[in-house]
Write a protein that binds this ligand. Structure first.
Ligand code: SAJ
Length: 421
């Protein structure tokens, strides 16, 4: 099968490479010339374990080619970003999806399959994409098979999860479902769950919304514990020993290009029906402020001037900073609170991020852990000797206590200790 993927980002590239390594002829298309150039030189442009090796293998097999232009294929896969619009409910911005579909329409031939992997608002496949294809003179379900197959892989585990996870095949018609199954059947070892495009769209969005709402519950619990002087982390650990309870982990907020984005796609389509989802978003979005507030408390106790941030990535062991709450926290500390802020993240390469821990902590009054990178779990205590005040606020609860340091986390901070302690 000849497969053309449009969008060579976190999802499109691993998917393309996977098909190539399973013997398919794959053309990867991206509008970004530098991305295409890097792939043509055999280099991946993003951090994902195993992806470089997989790409090298695909190229060695002669099955993968990157380019900027679309051409004929049997199957087209659209995996482009769908950000939030800047409107009232932050609805789903389909600009890139529409432009990708427009770019492939001139190359469509009867019998082709078109798959949308991008996360989209409910009803997009039926109400927006199908009419585009039909206006070009094709009958969906007869000439062209249109499917929504949301990706559900976890960054950091993408190659493994692409193969082993269940996959939703949401066809516009039963024939479309069959066409989608043929494509993913090539490498998916998990169940191919057959469904309609509309249910597939909403299922994907609800999976991430479920997580967002549950994290909001944990974050709200942190605020309750702070107010009442009760260790919320201890409460979570205990409550989760109940066989039917799974309170998620609190943190400095929710980042990434899924949980912080997808719930709005539902909200925008049904604002009256979604007070809970909206409230959860508001709670998670309030966490950076909550953390900055606590940093201020600690800094004023120490008459501190310099804060060192450990971790900018939105979660551990990835280089992705999209929607990361750390960005908001760093910005507030610098702009509104005028602290000297140094930032260390061994995974993220930017000119404002230190790559030397010793330098980042020198003369610092407070270390704030915002990402659960493995490196931070085993941090060398000697490296922290040059701190001015040896305080840590660990928002991810990964640092081991040490008699030499004052260690605060989202469980043991409380109004009482902040004011009196
Ligand atoms: N987080 C918490 N507490 C938790 C769990 C996560 O604060 O208990 C935070 C993380 O620190 C991070 C954010 O939530 O800032 C999101 O992290 P995540 O690991 O929950 O999710 P993503 O965005 O990396 O990936 C999710 C996954 N969805 C689900 O687990 C339901 C993944 O399977 C999806 O493929 C992906 O979204 C996507 O593309 O939609």
């Amino acid at each position: 099968m000849k497969i053309l993927t449009i969008g060579l980002g976190y999802i499109g590239l691993p998917t393309a490479v996977m098909f190539a390594n399973y013997g398919q002829e794959v053309i990867g298309v991206d509008v970004k010339k530098e991305v295409v150039a890097s792939l043509q030189n055999g280099r991946v442009h993003l951090e994902e374990p195993g992806l470089q090796t997989a790409l090298s293998e695909a190229i060695r097999l002669g099955n993968f080619k990157a380019q900027t232009n679309v051409e004929n294929a049997d199957t087209f896969i659209v995996a482009v970003p769908t950000p939030n619009k800047k409107d009232q409910y932050m609805s789903c911005d389909l600009t890139y999806v529409i432009s990708a579909v427009n770019s492939l329409i001139p190359y469509l031939q009867k019998g082709n399959t078109v798959i949308i992997e991008s996360t989209i608002a409910p009803r997009t496949t039926n109400d927006i994409i199908m009419p585009m294809i039909e206006e070009a003179g094709f009958k969906v379900g007869q000439d062209i098979f249109l499917v929504h197959c949301p990706e559900r892989v976890l960054p950091g585990q993408i190659l493994n999860e692409l193969r082993t996870n269940n996959r939703i095949i949401g066809g516009v018609t039963p024939a479309c479902v069959e066409a989608g199954k043929k494509v993913y059947g090539i490498f998916v070892e998990g169940e191919l769950i057959t469904s309609s495009a509309t249910a597939a769209e909403l299922s994907k969005l609800m999976e991430n919304t479920y997580r967002d709402v549950n994290i909001a519950l944990a974050n709200e619990l942190v605020k309750v514990g702070y107010e009442l002087d009760i260790d919320s982390l201890e409460v979570i650990e205990m409550a989760n020993k109940h066989p039917r309870v799974n309170i998620h982990q609190p943190g400095p907020g929710v980042g990434g290009h899924c949980l912080a984005v997808d719930p709005y796609f539902i909200i925008a389509e049904a604002p009256e029906q979604t007070p809970l989802i909206q409230q959860a978003r508001a709670i998670n979005t309030s966490m950076p402020n909550f953390v900055v507030d606590k940093i201020n408390n600690i800094m004023s106790k120490n008459n501190g001037k310099k804060v060192t941030i450990l971790g900018v990535a939105y979660k551990g062991n990835v280089d992705d900073i999209r929607e990361s709450p750390a960005l908001k926290i760093i910005d507030q500390l610098k702009q509104e609170n005028n602290y000297e802020v140094s930032v260390f993240d061994p995974h993220v390469k930017q000119d404002w991020i230190e790559d030397n821990l010793d330098h980042a902590v020198e003369n610092s009054d407070l270390l704030v852990v915002l990402t659960d990178h493995n490196e931070f779990k085993i941090i060398d205590r000697d490296a922290l000797k040059t701190m001015k005040h040896r305080w840590i606020l660990d928002t991810k609860n990964i640092i081991q206590p040490d008699t030499d340091m004052t260690l605060l986390n989202l469980g043991n901070i409380s109004k009482r200790t902040m004011i009196n302690g």
